[in-house]
Design a protein around this ligand. Structure first.
Ligand code: NAD
Ligand code: TDX
Length: 355
């Protein structure tokens, strides 16, 4: 069995990936996570007796720790999810994004470069560093523009997107300059179980359940492409196994929706599953609020390359995925209670106290 070093495996996508891959017994996983406000060890509770999941509480920026983990566990792959990931936070506090996403990734790459350089020739050939990135590095599309392809020039607009773009460039440079065998995936908006409720979909579900306002930025017409998280995780595994070294792959759900369309579907599902206490439709909770600065208007992904070359396409339709997601949040009040405390609560009050 292979060993993988997964970074950020207690966050939303990372924990879904770790759970999915351990279910399939795909590899022994060393899970390095700093447990920031977004990291949640509780996501991994089911793995507590799994000897092939080793959780390490620490930072990708701690070179000594990363070096020790690499030499002790000798992974065949590093799958790099760890990041600061929320655009609104990056607008208010960009520095953490530079520290983690840029400097953190740089330090991780430096340690990987040294580790990889000391492997035998065949071990070097089989090693992979997989960078998990985003569609936001490509900037914003107009209504009639074609979807982003892997050759679309990077044009990030938020500090978050700029920090991810910088880290992608570093990853690419470590291949071109030092020969480290890298792969990059750029994915559109994910949704599904275990997503921290600062992000749009879980925020809307949980606010609606509490009878709180549903804050839609600007005119609610910004468009995102949505991919169910399990589909993303399968694509990551496929790229790890069969992707061509040095290449990047766009991933997406082929499911463009305006934010108003998304929240309307959530409200309609909740009206069916949980009739609103005051017997008014959840839809009436929608409140238009001032727009996010630099708010990208539209993202869309052309996934032709991975479909053609590796045979991947998303399985879950948006509607089925969003029904499953709403049900998951309804069925896990204990999880919601655990994340809805401390730093998270302060953040929500700071952001939405006025609502
Ligand atoms: P998340 O914020 O839910 O999780 C990030 C995880 O990284 C947390 O567990 C956190 O504790 C950990 N982390 C942060 N700093 C760290 C450090 N210095 N060392 C070790 N661990 C650290 O994020 P997510 O939504 O799961 O996103 C995961 C990755 O996927 C990110 O790289 C993000 O840019 C990318 N991505 C996310 C989406 C999306 O829609 N959420 C879409 C495309 C790409
Ligand atoms: O309260 C809100 N109201 C609102 O209208 C929030 C939190 C968001 N929005 C809008 C902004 C976006 O147009 O909803 C859309 C989605 O917002 P987010 O969930 O913050 O996601 P986004 O900014 O699109 O970025 C996400 O997708 C790409 C992830 O957070 C990134 O990590 C990923 O790279």
């Amino acid at each position: 069995m292979q060993t993988w070093l997964v970074t950020g495996g207690a966050g939303f996508i990372g924990s879904n990936f770790v759970l999915q891959q351990r279910r399939a017994k795909a590899a022994r996983i060393i899970n390095l996570d700093k447990l920031t406000y977004a990291g949640n060890i509780y996501n991994l509770a089911i793995l507590k007796d799994d000897p092939d999941h080793i959780f390490v509480h620490g930072s990708i920026g701690d070179r000594e720790l990363v070096s020790r983990l690499l030499s002790q566990f000798r992974p065949q792959a590093v799958i790099h999810f760890a990041a600061e990931s929320h655009v609104d936070r990056s607008i208010q506090h960009p520095e953490t994004f530079i520290e983690t996403n840029v400097v953190g990734t740089f330090r991780l790459l430096e340690e990987v470069r040294q580790y990889w350089g000391n492997l035998t020739t065949s071990e070097r050939e089989n090693f992979r560093f997989l960078q998990i990135s985003t569609d936001e590095v490509y900037g914003s599309l107009g209504p009639d523009d074609p979807a982003f392809t892997e050759t679309t020039p990077y044009a990030p607009n938020s500090p978050y997107a700029a920090s991810k773009a910088a880290s992608d460039h570093l990853v690419r440079a470590y291949h071109e300059t030092y020969g480290v065998p890298i792969l990059i995936t750029n994915c559109s908006n994910n949704y599904g179980p275990l997503q921290f409720p600062e992000k749009f979909i879980p925020l809307m579900i949980l606010n609606a359940l509490r009878g709180k306002s549903l804050p839609l930025y600007g005119d609610g017409q910004n468009i995102r492409d949505w991919l169910y998280v399990a589909d993303h995780c399968e694509a990551v595994h496929l790229v790890l196994e069969r992707g061509v070294i040095g290449e990047s792959y766009n991933l997406g759900g082929l499911s463009e929706q305006t934010n108003l369309q998304v929240v309307s579907q959530i409200c309609e599902i909740l009206d069916r599953l949980v009739p609103h206490a005051q017997s008014v439709p959840h839809y009436s909770l929608i409140k238009f609020v001032p727009d996010r600065p630099g708010h990208d208007r539209r993202y869309a992904m052309n996934i032709g390359k991975i479909t053609r070359e590796l045979g991947w396409k998303p399985k879950e339709s948006f509607y089925d995925g969003i029904v499953k997601t709403v049900r998951w949040y309804l069925d896990h009040p204990d999880w919601v209670e655990k994340v809805a405390s401390g730093a998270y609560r302060q953040w929500l009050e700071q952001q939405y106290g006025q609502l």
